[in-house]
Ligand binder design. Structure first.
Ligand code: MN
Length: 137
């Protein structure tokens, strides 16, 4: 049988910018240095990014499981599949699993500046204090 569709298969992220097991597939950047990149990111249970900022906006679109996102000095929010969020440029934040396996698409403008890991203590507190995206604060 002929080969059919080329599968998009995320690879183990070994950048050192994640806690736990994260698989990631990136689309872009193009050879001329596109400012837009897209990533399919799959988090195993309790896996999450380190704290970071982006030069430009980032949008996150949840495709599986429950994703948690925390902006600095704010309670975390939980996002369910189909929900999307916009993160402003240059604001410290992290994202990842809210407990179980989860995945999102990230579309980034500009570069990412990686910072320190989210400690287990901070992660647990964020999960406990998180509200749904559409719940009142
Ligand atoms: Mn981000």
């Amino acid at each position: 049988m002929e080969a059919t569709w080329p599968m998009l298969e995320p690879m183990l992220d070994s950048t050192g910018n994640m806690t736990g097991t994260v698989h990631r597939a990136m689309f872009g950047k193009n050879p001329s240095g596109s400012e837009v990149s897209a990533h399919l990111v799959q988090f195993e249970a309790a896996a999450r990014t380190h704290w970071h900022t982006h030069d430009g906006e980032q949008i996150l679109i949840v495709t599986a499981g429950t994703v948690i996102v925390q902006r600095e000095h704010q309670p975390a929010v939980r996002l369910e599949p189909g929900q999307a969020i916009r993160l402003p440029a240059d604001e410290r934040h992290w994202h990842g699993s809210a407990g179980g396996a989860a995945a999102h698409i990230a579309v980034n403008l500009g570069n990412t500046v990686w910072l320190e890991a989210v400690t287990d203590l901070a992660f647990d507190a964020a999960v406990k204090g998180a509200r749904g995206l559409l719940e009142e604060a």
